[in-house]
Design a protein around this ligand. Structure first.
Ligand code: RTP
Ligand code: MG
Length: 140
């Protein structure tokens, strides 16, 4: 498996509790390297665009409200099998179902305020990276 990139967000519930470093440490310990990182406060337009695939889901407006409720840290992660490895260390969407040792088991507050986002495929990783980063902001 060649080196791959994925896209990660440290969500507002985690930045609010000063967990940016703790979450990043778990990503790094999982074998992922942070090759781009910035702290932003997403606009409603950005959050609606980013989560466009969920527009018809019942939780969409709550999710947009949550993701714009405070700062987030958007990151590009690089490593062997990065998409799958990141999903593994994140744990299940619902922290009640997340395995021990995962980020969501350790830190998530609820199914919505679940501390991290990670791309679910290599194709979506590319789309999501391009949504937030210019090529020159990524230093591998
Ligand atoms: P993510 O996209 O953030 O990495 O998380 P995921 O794949 O595990 O979950 P997904 O189904 O894509 O849902 C995106 C985000 O929406 C919120 N959510 N709320 N209230 C609810 O039932 C509900 N379900 C999902 C979570 O913040 C989830 O990460
Ligand atoms: Mg998802």
């Amino acid at each position: 498996m060649a080196t791959e990139r994925t896209f990660s967000i440290i969500k507002p519930d985690a930045t609010r509790r000063n967990l940016t470093g703790a979450v990043t440490k778990m990503l790094e310990e999982a074998g992922l390297r942070v090759v781009a990182s910035k702290r932003i406060h997403m606009s409603r337009e950005q959050a609606e665009g980013f989560y466009g695939v969920h527009r018809e889901r019942p939780f969409f407006s709550d999710l947009v409200q949550f993701m714009t409720s405070g700062p987030v840290v958007v990151q590009v992660l690089e490593g062997e099998n990065a998409v799958a490895r990141n999903r593994e260390v994140m744990g299940a969407t619902n922290p009640a179902q997340a395995d021990e040792g995962t980020i969501r088991k350790s830190f998530a507050e609820s199914i919505e305020a679940n501390s991290v986002h990670g791309s679910d495929s290599a194709d979506n990783a590319k789309i999501e990276i391009d949504f937030f980063f210019k090529p020159e902001e990524i230093v591998g």
